[in-house]
Design a protein around this ligand. Structure first.
Ligand code: FAD
Length: 369
C-alpha cells in the first residue's frame, strides 16, 4: 500500500529540514525524502554566518525577510535544544567588515545606516580584534550577524521533526512528482508516496522538478571552496570579512575560512588553486593565520537562480506544489523564515504580501538587496 502524508518534502538540506520541523510541529503529517544523508550537501559546506546585514547593502524586502529569519534563531536556539537535545552552537560576536581602501570605506559607511550596523575607527577595531591586519581604514561592525553551525541546525530541525511525528527517508532519491485531482504522487527509487502537498527543497538540483512541473526556471551552482584551521592561541571573537572572504571563529576553536565563487562548476571537490586564493585573502585580514595548522578543505554548491533570489511559494497553477529552493549564499540565514512561510502557506495562514510577491516563481522583477 502507498504511504500517505499530508506533505512530502523533497530534499533534506537545511531548507527541507526546517520546513519539515515547522510542519510537523504544527501537527502536519510530513515525510522528507533525501537522496543521500540529511545535511550533507550545500548545508555541510556553509560557514554558518547569519549575515542579514552583511548580505544586504540597503533596506528592502530581502533584508526584512533575512532579518526576521535571523531573529527567529534567537528563539530557535533554546527551542531546538529543548526538543532535540542538539546545540546549534550559535556564537555571538558579530561581523567586522573591514575597509582596506577609500572606496571600501565609503561603501561600508553608507551601509552603517542599516539598523544594528555601526562604523568603527581603526583604533576601535584593533581594540576589539588586536590581531586584525595593520593598515585598515575602519570597519563596519554588525553585532547581530552572529553565526551557527549549519549541520547542527539541520540535524536539530530533522530530529525535532521526527520527534513531532515526521518520517525521514535517507538514501531515497525522488525520481518524479505527478499531480492528480486528489493528491500528489511522489515516486522514489524504492516506492511511491501520496500527499496533499509536495514541497521542492532540493537545493541546486531543484531545476529538474521545476521542469517536470512545467516551469522553466534555471538553477545553477556557484561552487564555494573553504578550509578550516586550528587556532592555537590567537584571540578572535568576531568574524572578519572582506571582499567575499571571511574568517569565522567557531566554538570548537577552529577558524573557518572561505570562500571562492565559481559559477557553473558542478564538481564538489575543492581545488588547490581555490584553496590557495582563499588563504591569500585570509592572510590580508589576519596575517597570523599563516602559522595555523590546516584541519580540512571542502567545497559545496550554492544553489543560485537567474535573478539571485530564492523561490519560496506555490506553483502558479497548482496549489498542491510548493517551492523552497535557490537560497544561494543565504540558506542557513533564511532557513527559519522559509520553513515558517511554507508552513503558513500550507495551513492557509496569512503570509506577508511583499514576501509572497518577492519570492513567487512568476515574479516580475528581482527584489532589491
Ligand atoms: C562554501 C559555502 C559557504 C556558505 N556559507 C553560508 C553562510 O555562511 N551563511 C548562509 O546563510 N549560507 C551559506 N551558504 C549557502 C547555504 O549553504 C545554502 O544556501 C543552503 O545550504 C541551501 O540549503 P538547501 O537545503 O536548499 O540545499 P542543500 O543543502 O544542497 O540540500 C538539498 C538536498 O536535496 C537533496 N536532493 C537533491 N535532489 C534530490 C532528489 N531528487 N530527491 C531527494 N533529495 C534530493 C540533496 O541530496 C541535498 O541533501 C554557503 C554555501 C557554500 C557552498
Amino acid at each position: 500500500m502507498k504511504k500517505r502524508y499530508e506533505t512530502v518534502v523533497v530534499g533534506g538540506g537545511i531548507i527541507g529540514a526546517s520546513i519539515a520541523y515547522h510542519l510537523a510541529k504544527a501537527g502536519i503529517k510530513t515525510a522528507v525524502f533525501e537522496s543521500g544523508e540529511i545535511g550533507q550537501k550545500a548545508t555541510r559546506a556553509a560557514a554558518g554566518m547569519l549575515g542579514a546585514h552583511a548580505e544586504c547593502d540597503k533596506p528592502g524586502t530581502f533584508f526584512e525577510f533575512a532579518r526576521a529569519s535571523q531573529k527567529a534563531y534567537q528563539r530557535l536556539e533554546a527551542e531546538l535544544k529543548q526538543i532535540s537535545g542538539i546545540d546549534i552552537r550559535r556564537r555571538d560576536g558579530g561581523i567586522l567588515k573591514l575597509a582596506f581602501s577609500e572606496s571600501d570605506r565609503e561603501r561600508l559607511m553608507q551601509m552603517a545606516v542599516l539598523d544594528s550596523a555601526e562604523w568603527l575607527t581603526p583604533g576601535e577595531v584593533y581594540e576589539k580584534e588586536p590581531y586584525a591586519a595593520k593598515g585598515i581604514l575602519g570597519a563596519n561592525f554588525i553585532q547581530d550577524d552572529v553565526h551557527v553551525e549549519p549541520v547542527s541546525v539541520c540535524m536539530a530541525f530533522a530530529k525535532g521533526a521526527k520527534l513531532s511525528g515526521a518520517d525521514i527517508f535517507e538514501y531515497t532519491p525522488v525520481t518524479s512528482i505527478e499531480t492528480g485531482p486528489g493528491a500528489v504522487t511522489v515516486k522514489t527509487a524504492s516506492g511511491e508516496a501520496e500527499a496533499e502537498h509536495a514541497v521542492i527543497a532540493s537545493g541546486v538540483w531543484s531545476g529538474v522538478f521545476f521542469k517536470q512541473l512545467g516551469l522553466n526556471k534555471r538553477f545553477y551552482p556557484v561552487k564555494g571552496e573553504c578550509l578550516s584551521v586550528w587556532n592555537e592561541g590567537i584571540p578572535l571573537n568576531r568574524t572578519l570579512y572582506h571582499d567575499h572572504c571571511y574568517i569565522v571563529p567557531r566554538h570548537s576553536g577552529k577558524l573557518v575560512v572561505g570562500a571562492t565563487m565559481k559559477p557553473g562548476d558542478w564538481n564538489e571537490q575543492p581545488e588547490l588553486g581555490g584553496i590557495e586564493a582563499v588563504i591569500k585573502k585570509a592572510k590580508t585580514m589576519l596575517p597570523e593565520i599563516e602559522k595555523m595548522k590546516i584541519d580540512k578543505c571542502w567545497a559545496g554548491l550554492r544553489p543560485e537562480t537567474e535573478d539571485g533570489n530564492p523561490y519560496i511559494g506555490r506553483h502558479p497553477e497548482n496549489g498542491r506544489i510548493l517551492f523552497a529552493a535557490g537560497h544561494f549564499r543565504n540558506g542557513i540565514l533564511l532557513a527559519p523564515a522559509t520553513g515558517a512561510m511554507i508552513t503558513d502557506m500550507i495551513l492557509g495562514r496569512p503570509v506577508k504580501k511583499t514576501w509572497e510577491e518577492a519570492f513567487q516563481a512568476e515574479r516580475k522583477e528581482a527584489v532589491n538587496r
